[in-house]
Every structure is written in C-alpha cells, then in structure tokens.
Design a protein. Structure first.
Length: 421
C-alpha cells in the first residue's frame, strides 16, 4: 500500500501486513511541513534564495566555494526534531554530493542548534500503539549514521555550530562530525536518564571514547550534567571554540577555502585563525577541577551503578553530594541500561552501537512498568510536576536480567525490524 502526503507531495510505501504503521504515518504526516528548499548564493548576498518558496523547518542554502549551510528553523520548539524534519534532513543530506558540496555548516535558528527529538509525540505513539516510535528512531538513527560517515563516504566536512542548546537529537546530528564549534552560548547535555530513556543517537559509543576518558562519559551519560563551552572543550565533545559574534566571519572564511573546503585540517586552521586564540570562560566549568573524584567514582573500579553511588557517598565533597542527588533523581532502570551500553560500546564499531541502540530504544518504547519512558515524559514534559514514579524505584531493584532484556534482538513482529545501515 502507499500513502501520499498532499503537503510534502511525497509517497510512503507500506509493506504488506503493516497497516498499523500506515495509520501512524497518516496521523503524523497531517502536520508535515513542506520540503526544504534548495537555495543558491547570488551576487548580492551570501545566502539569498532564488525563489520565494514557503519557508521550511529544514533550510539548505548553497554558497560559493562548495560551502553550504543547513539551518534548522523550528525556533519556538528549540529546533526539536519531528519525524517530518528528519525525513527532510535525509533528503537534503542525500543531495549534497550531487550539488558539489565540500563543506556543510550546520546551524539552528534561535537559542538552540537542536534541543532533542520531539519525544512527547513519540510518547503519544507508545500510548496509542502506533508504529510512530519505531519509525521515528529508525529514521533518526539512519540519518545520524549517514552524517557520521559523511566525510568518509563523500569527502564532505560538516562544521557543527554549537551556538546554543545542544541536547539529545541535536547531539546526534553533530557529535559524530569532524568539526564541532562551541561558543559562549553552548549548553550541552544528554539528559535522557531523566525521562526514562538512555543517551542514544550514538552517544553511548561517543561517550565511551571521550578525550577526557570514559569515566567522564559515564558521568555525563548517567547524570545528564549540563556543560558550557569550557567543559565541552576539556571533555573533547567540542573540537574548537569561537566567540559567537565571529561566526559570520568564520562562514565567510570557509567559503574562501575553495578546493580545500573539504579538508579537515584546512577547515580547522581557518577556525583557529578566526577565533584568534579566544578561550572559553571557565568560571562555571567543573570537569577539570573534579577530575580525580570523577575518575574514582565513575572509573573502571565502579563496575556497577551501585558502586558509583557508594563511591560518591564516600567522596564527601560538594561536587559528589550534588552529583549523588542528581543521580538519585534519574530512572534507576535507565541508569543501569545506560551504564551497560556505554561499557559495551567501548569495544564495538559505531555501526554496531547504532544497531544495539535501536534495540534499546524500542524496548524502552513500552508503557509502565516495562519501561519508564512514558512516565518520564509525563513528569517532565506533559504534566510537568517533575515527580516521576519510577518502576523499579531503586537501583538495587533493577536486576541484571531486567537490564539484559533491553539488549535482546527485536521480535519478528516489530514493524521495522533490526536497524539497517
């Protein structure tokens, strides 16, 4: 069967026996925006559209020198990703090479690059029993993996501008690109354990490989700590720092690179030149100052979540007390599954990590008490009482068997099956 979206003029082919998935698409495609418009640089402006097409939430503009700019334009929602946006992004990325793009600047309109996925809508899909949660994560992870391999496959360097909030789905769009530029406005976090999920979009793989160490990755993945530019640079999450006011100058400098726009070292050199040796304000940074404590509490000696709690209690500092309080507020189930994923994915490829993460995401897409996802979204985003009823309520109640269940292969009846990359 096929569905036709009259707004996007796009067709969806529905496999035999999955009419439920078709209904899920039909429901959510009603509000789909028009497709992103292709734009070219004219002599009168750096970024000017050839036509007056209806603005899209995904805006791709081609400029001179093989440098293009992709901007997320959903500022009222902090550019959070909907399924239609993900589909638009897939289309835009698939056309980059054909358009002769060497360097892609990824940016977001307003206060965020992207604050995450539209998880409230995903929750509706879980409660309604539709295929939307299966489709959302499948398409999102495919997109993220394609971005991660963009330079390897097509020689295109993505320069991700973290000029604001970067969380969840926004991390997936940018963390695997070779250039990630923090500014004084950067606010980075993977807060998924606070909504009954896990740090996904390939983050379990990336966090296990941070320059500052896997113990820092475990801290960030389990507690959802928010980081500014200084901590992002220290951890190795961001590759460069540039003051926000110099970003327009940076874009112009990139366009002057010409044939070198696809060379990571050349792009890196331009960023260093434009930033002029600027360094981020470290006044609110905490990772370096607490590095020894973080290693003791989240290092390899703490093989289980209960060990981390015991070490934090033993540490007896302001930082450990604050971190312990934050950890106790998270879903115990999410904490244990997340820690296990970060440990496992230290020894696999990014592709293998994404496949496993898709399994995890789908086992989390179950109503309570099988998963805490729906309850977490309810408490944080729907009712906003911030009083989730986690099931189980404590770490000691989450058995090894329960944790391992989330890593099991998907059932044959799953609407999308295992993730194909």
């Amino acid at each position: 069967k096929q569905l036709f979206n009259v707004k996007t003029r796009s067709r969806f082919t529905i496999a035999q026996g999955t009419m439920q998935r078709a209904l899920g698409f039909a429901r959510h495609c009603k509000a789909a925006p028009c497709r992103g418009t292709l734009k070219f640089r004219s002599p009168g402006a750096f970024w000017r559209p050839l036509t007056s097409a209806t603005p899209s939430e995904v805006d791709l503009e081609h400029g001179l020198g093989g440098v293009s700019k992709l901007t997320l334009r959903r500022p009222k929602k902090l550019n959070s990703l909907s399924l239609p946006m993900i589909m638009d992004l897939q289309k835009q990325y698939s056309e980059l090479s054909k358009a002769g793009v060497r360097c892609l600047v990824l940016d977001g309109e307003g206060r965020a690059l992207c604050a995450g996925g539209d998880v409230a809508e995903v929750r509706h899909g879980v409660l309604d029993g539709s295929s939307y949660p299966a489709d959302f994560f499948y398409e999102e992870y495919q997109l993220d993996y394609n971005i991660a391999t963009l330079h390897e496959r097509e020689g295109i360097v993505q320069v991700s501008l973290w000029d604001g909030i970067v969380m969840g789905g926004g991390v997936g769009l940018s963390i695997h690109s070779p250039i990630r530029v923090a500014t004084e406005k950067t606010l980075f976090a993977m807060p998924e354990t606070g909504i009954g999920l896990f740090p996904d979009v390939g983050a379990t793989w990336a966090l296990s490989r941070l320059k500052a160490g896997a113990h820092v990755g475990a801290l960030l993945g389990l507690t959802g700590e928010r980081l500014g530019a200084a901590d992002c640079i220290y951890a190795g999450l961001a590759t460069h720092y540039c003051p926000s006011e110099r970003l327009p100058e940076l874009e112009q400098a990139l366009r002057r690179l010409g044939d070198q726009a696809g060379d990571v070292e050349a792009v890196s050199g331009v960023i260093a030149e434009v930033s002029g040796g600027s360094v981020p304000n470290a006044e609110k940074a905490f990772l370096a100052a607490n590095s020894d404590s973080i290693l003791r509490c989240f290092g390899e000696s703490s093989s289980a979540a209960e060990d981390i709690v015991a070490m934090l209690e033993k540490e007896g500092t302001d930082w450990s007390a604050k971190t312990l309080k934050a950890l106790h507020q998270k879903s115990p189930l999410s904490v244990k599954v997340s820690l296990e994923a970060i440990k496992r994915h230290k020894h696999v490829s990014l592709k293998e990590a994404f496949v496993t993460e898709y399994r995890l995401s789908q086992w989390f897409m179950r109503p309570p008490p099988q998963s805490d996802f729906c309850e977490g979204i309810r408490a944080v985003l729907v009712d906003k009482d911030n009083k989730p009823n986690w099931q189980p309520a404590s770490l000691k109640e989450v058995s090894r068997q329960k944790t391992d269940e989330f890593f099991a292969p998907l059932l044959p009846s799953h609407p999308r099956g295992e993730l194909q990359l």
